[in-house]
Design a protein around this ligand. Structure first.
Ligand SMILES: [Zn+2]
Length: 104
């Protein structure tokens, strides 16, 4: 994941609405790789997850499976909600562009 990538600032990524971005600068643990707005450095996140699994692989799998079953409805509802929000946001953005006379 740390190959050639377009360097972009956090600010620019935000303006462009990207979920992940690559600044070319190391995180506090020295990983030079992509980051996400919600979770930060990808390598850090991956290592944290791996660590958790190494200590408790069975429990992790089992918990995840149970969580999914228990939250099936909730998960589906949340997916629908986010899809709705996305289209609302898009419509609002298009309305702003329209007001500015910048119709696409
Ligand atoms: Zn890191």
């Amino acid at each position: 994941m740390c190959g050639e990538m377009k360097i972009i600032s956090r600010q620019e990524a935000k303006v462009l609405g990207l979920k992940r971005y690559f600044t070319g600068k190391p995180c506090k643990y020295g990983h030079i790789c992509e980051r996400s707005f919600s979770r930060g450095c990808f390598t850090c996140e991956r290592e944290k997850t791996r660590e958790r699994r190494r200590y408790n692989p069975e429990q992790h799998r089992e918990q995840h499976r149970r969580w999914r079953e228990k939250n099936r409805e909730y998960h589906l509802a949340r997916c629908r909600y986010y899809a709705q929000q996305r289209s609302l946001k898009l419509r609002r953005a298009l309305a702003v562009l329209h007001e500015l006379g910048l119709d696409l």
